[in-house]
Design a binder for this molecule. Sequence first.
Ligand code: FES
Length: 576
Amino acid sequence: MSGDRKVYRSAAWFGRRDKDGFIHRSWMKNQGLPDDLFDGRPVIGICNTWSELTPCNAHLRDLAERVKRGVWEAGGLPLEFPVMSTGETNMRPTAMLYRNLVSMDVEESLRANPIDGVVLLCGCDKTTPALVMGAASCDLPTLVVSGGPMLNGKYRGQDIGSGTDVWRFSAELKTGRMTEQEFFQAESCMSRSAGHCMTMGTASTMAAMVEALGLGLPHNAAIPAVDSRRGVLAQVAGRRIVEMVRGDLTISRILTRKAFENAIRVNGALGGSTNAVIHLLAIAGRIGISLKLEDWDGLGRNVPTLVNLMPSGKFLMEDFYYAGGLPAVLRMLGTQGLLHRDALTVNGRTIWENCQDAPNWNEEVIRPFDRPLVEHGGIAVLRGNLAPDGAVLKPSAASPELMNHRGRAVVFETIEHYKERINDPHLDIDENCVLVLKNSGPKGYPGMAEVGNMELPAKLLERGVKDMVRISDARMSGTAYGTVVLHVCPEAAVGGPLALVKDGDMIRLNVEARTLHLEVGDEELKRRRAEWKPPMLEMKGGYQQLYVDHVLQANFGADLDFLVGCRGTKVTRESH
Ligand code: FES
């Protein structure tokens, strides 16, 4: 006997004494499971995004075995199951198109099966929010184990960071400062171990968000994928999820408003990815927490960026772990009144109990409050006639001299139009211009591509220009940098004002005042609106059509409208 007297959800399958009970147990026994495993013990789903097409998650089968070890030790029954995996580097048109699809896969898999609690195994960018969104719509006890970052990239004696240095190498290749052979050599130097991007890109940011929200165990964010302590964390997670089921510690008890506020401030301290804005808005929508775009500005504005990691700074995730990892950052925020100390976490302790003694071993990597990397980090939320429903910019990755800028628009109707035109030697452009990209938002692309950090024209790169103001309804990779205004809402494809911008219009960006203004009169805008035609969807039917018909704008997390909310674990029919 398991010793469990409580009746868990899985008993509605495995505890029955009728024909259905026979069917549920008998077919499971073809895996060699003895009778006594169906004695009413907690059944733990291990939701795995392992895939060889998602290289960042290709090691998750091994990690699942460590989770299982912990589940067995605590007297549970672990059952691993796959869900669709979204690999950032291979999926076209963009992995973000499929985040909501994966979340449906997770939600329905959890609800449909005899599962009492779940461990989510994720890593690459979209896999983390997708799994948490799906789990939030079910409200089971849920614990996230991230796959962990790759070891630092090493090229010619220097550390190089995933993504961040790709943008740099690409610019160097274009301007002849790097040969093609050197460019190819750098590939294997960058990605030299299992794990996800080791910059503070979206994957590391989301792993940190999970830890800050209380959904992951301490140090979930930063232990490298190949460090033996990642396996220990997975094993302890396996033990812990069984206890969470016994204590009925569901995800809705963890994901409170306070948890989201903690995560937003942590994002500011990390110089985390702008993608976290969209993902946390979507997760909050699933669990029924009211979170607004403005919360990102209000809560994060006075949080300095402390963590000196690429793309905002110079170190990488391996350095961050050795310096003390996220617990050190949480403790620092907690001592400054910037953390809700009583927020509950998956180990049953409060976030403050977890981090109050956490040391900072390296003040170059995790800067003290009196010597931050950027004084005002966080995410700036901009509004104005060009973005009536908001747009975002990451100050820690932007150039201070461009934060208050007026410039002439150079407009690209689509990303293909940008590619055709950007290196045309006759393009009338200088470093004071503002690059404007349309039709790259949730409906327009569709899927909201990571193309907002448009590479500068070769002729300006050759002259040493490093940054320009760029504006779009797209996202950008968390590993990217620059004075880049993203997520303009409403997007161009639904007729947002961005759709009306023309070459030569003047645009003013003022980050301090949080404004983004198109200097074109209302009458002229009205005239242009009358002429505007929505873009045609290239591929009709299938999931893409469902997505375009139902996707919400970025300020609502780009979730599908019918997926918002928590639908619980109740199945609609109980027998075959
Ligand atoms: Fe997978 Fe960056 S490509 S985490």
